[in-house]
Design a protein around this ligand. Structure first.
Ligand code: SF4
Length: 339
């Protein structure tokens, strides 16, 4: 069957079954790009149900406002979403739009792709969702759907696999008169029916076009990411001045505040543990040990350390693992003592 028949079936299905998200009701490139960047590594439910998207648009309603905002405010509004580089990149993008495009987002896909922090997926998403252009998108969901439709076992993380996916995505988007609805439909199909496990093929609007014989075996990936376990030791020091925090430098979390690292001199004989928790970041599984710093209140601390009054903690941008540990320490003072 033709590409046009496939895309038409998908668009018709989406018109009746597509979920109603705020970013699907707008053609404002700014609102769309905020949703795309937020959803890069965060679940839709977090972005929507916990109010991040609407709060962000209220606080920074356009490129001009975001471009002029203090970085601390930007990071604070992003707190809880993690991967703070996204917030910084969003602000850099806003500054470029204001400086080089008079605050107006360009509608030429080649210029969109040349903007800082915009890769091929985001360029395709903005081109189609904001401007209705016939530009392809390939993300994890789309790669899965396309691999299955074509029963294609080329590993999707190889140059050949990536090239085939983008070619196929372009061929399909060019066959529809409604690229905005079609691209949304393709993603929606991957999220709701063509799921990684147990795809709901009997309900699928394009099952007549699908050549997958064992859908769950697709897509194929060549590389497996190894998870590395690491240990992080930090201090909890609470004095009359506040809580001792350390401002991060030279990392993806630059500018954020965290519980200060345990000084090297204490590694051999660390103070008692107050809290132990686990968190994951990229390919690391981190065990976070929070040690009692009470005996260190007279120590001199480096410049990037500061006692922050507890009344200011809520407005201090802090990665979630430290925020959770601090909340636990300050709220119930019931510590998980471990040696
Ligand atoms: S028929 Fe099944 S495997 Fe094929 S696209 Fe639909 S949900 Fe995916």
């Amino acid at each position: 069957m033709s590409a046009a028949a496939l895309t038409s079936s998908l668009v018709t299905w989406f018109q009746h079954n597509g979920r109603d998200y705020p970013w699907r009701r707008t053609r404002d490139p700014y609102a769309i790009i905020v949703s795309e960047i937020m959803l890069q590594q965060t679940q839709i439910t977090t972005v929507l149900d916990r109010g991040y998207y609407t709060r962000w648009l209220t606080r920074f309603p356009d490129f001009t406002t975001l471009a002029a905002a203090a970085e601390a405010d930007v990071l604070s509004a992003w707190e809880g979403l993690g991967y703070y580089r996204r917030a910084r990149n969003l602000q850099k993008l806003a500054q470029t739009i204001v400086r080089e495009h008079a605050g107006h987002f360009p509608s030429d896909p080649a210029i969109i792709l040349s903007l800082p922090g915009i890769g091929p997926y985001t360029a395709g998403a903005i081109s189609s969702f904001a401007f209705g252009l016939s530009e392809p998108i390939v993300d994890g969901n789309v790669a899965r759907v396309l691999s299955r439709l074509d029963n294609d076992a080329t590993p999707i993380d190889t140059t050949a696999g990536t090239k085939r996916l983008w070619q196929r995505a372009r061929e399909l988007v060019l066959s529809t008169a409604d690229p905005r609805a079609y691209n949304s439909a393709l993603m929606e199909l991957g999220q709701t029916l063509c799921k990684p496990t147990k795809p709901l093929c009997s309900d699928c609007p394009v099952k007549a076009h699908c050549r997958a014989t064992e859908p769950e075996s697709l897509p194929v990936k060549s590389a497996r990411t190894e998870i590395t376990a690491v240990t992080e030791r930090v201090l909890f020091l609470h004095t009359a001045e506040g809580i001792l925090l350390e401002q991060e430098t030279g990392s993806r979390r630059t500018g954020l505040w965290k519980l200060p690292a345990l000084p090297d001199s204490l590694f051999d004989k660390p103070p008692a543990v107050l809290v132990k928790s686990l968190y994951g970041i990229t390919r690391y599984k981190v065990t976070l040990w929070v040690h009692d710093g009470a005996a260190l209140c007279d120590q001199a601390w480096p410049e990037n350390h500061r006692f922050i009054p507890t009344t200011e903690l809520a407005s201090t941008a802090m990665p979630s693992p430290y925020r959770r540990a601090l909340d636990k320490l300050l709220k119930d003072r019931v510590f998980e003592l471990e040696s």
